[in-house]
Design a protein around this ligand. Structure first.
Ligand code: BGC
Length: 267
């Protein structure tokens, strides 16, 4: 229950889906949580997450910032430090899809996905690292700071019709590993979670109808769609000292989706 007691966590894109579940899971372990959301219209959803955490005995605040904008990210970190004193755990979760056949994909669709999914992770991680270094070690954690990047099974599985998204997640993989290598001597740990198909608004069409669900399950050896809490639980472990010797790795939480399910019977 208290694995993150005394620590301050920021979860980007926490007004819905995986981010929401992660914010709730971290708060249950005693972390004070910033529930980031991107724009004015998502404020209501973010407030609902904050209320859920506070009503449950936790501590949370909502902060709006578009993670792809340097000035907004810097203002969010400044406000977090003002309210919570520092940051100990960053969950770089904000991400989106803008799908299109490759020949029809617009530059706008390409850039939007790369800006949020990859540049957003860079901007937030850089601010977090600056604050970890300023703050110094604290008695409540063996590491100076922890960064968890929300990647995807599509950091390794190519995805037709989603080239911008797969490229962004492939980018997240080497972004994460490279900063993990650079920051390990400073005792900053950086890891990714690679979710498979998790029941959230981003992929509703893939699990909502019985036909879609049946086809999706052929890609999941464990034969169930993931729940957002499956990812929240993994994030708690990666944020806690239980994983102190783990850095630079992607933990796939995917029911076996990365196990080449087609080869279970073929080949
Ligand atoms: C995507 C989902 C998809 C899942 C498995 C995720 O990263 O955002 O839309 O269902 O990967 O393909």
């Amino acid at each position: 229950m208290d694995r993150l007691k005394g620590q301050a966590a920021l979860v980007t894109g926490a007004s819905s889906g995986i981010g929401k579940a992660t914010a709730i899971a971290l708060a249950r372990e005693g972390a004070k949580v910033v529930v980031n959301h991107p724009v004015a219209v998502t404020a209501k959803d973010a407030d609902a997450v904050v209320n859920e955490i506070n009503n449950d005995g936790g501590t949370a605040i909502a902060l709006q910032a578009d993670v792809s904008k340097e000035n907004e990210v810097q203002a969010m970190f400044a406000e977090m430090v003002k309210q919570f004193g520092t940051i100990d755990v960053l969950v770089n979760n904000a991400g989106l899809q803008r799908d299109a056949a490759f020949k029809d994909m617009t530059l706008e669709q390409w850039k939007f996905v790369l800006d949020v999914n990859l540049t957003g992770q860079f901007l937030c991680a850089r601010e977090a690292v600056r604050e970890f270094l300023r703050r110094g070690f604290q008695p409540y954690s063996k590491s100076l700071g922890k960064i968890i990047c929300m990647s995807s099974v599509h950091e390794v599985i190519p995805w037709a019709g989603h080239v911008n998204y797969a490229a962004s997640k492939g980018g997240v993989m080497l972004f994460m590993k490279s900063i993990a290598q650079e920051l390990a001597p400073m005792k900053i740990r950086v890891n990714s979670i690679g979710p498979g198909a998790i029941k959230t608004p981003i992929n509703r069409s893939a699990w909502e109808s019985p036909e879609a669900l049946k086809s999706l399950l052929t890609l999941i050896p464990y034969e169930r769609v993931g729940e957002p809490s499956d990812i929240g639980n993994a994030a708690v472990w990666l944020a806690s000292d239980e994983s102190e010797y783990v850095t630079g790795t992607t933990l796939f939480v995917d029911g076996g989706m990365t196990l080449y399910p087609g080869f279970a019977t073929g080949g």
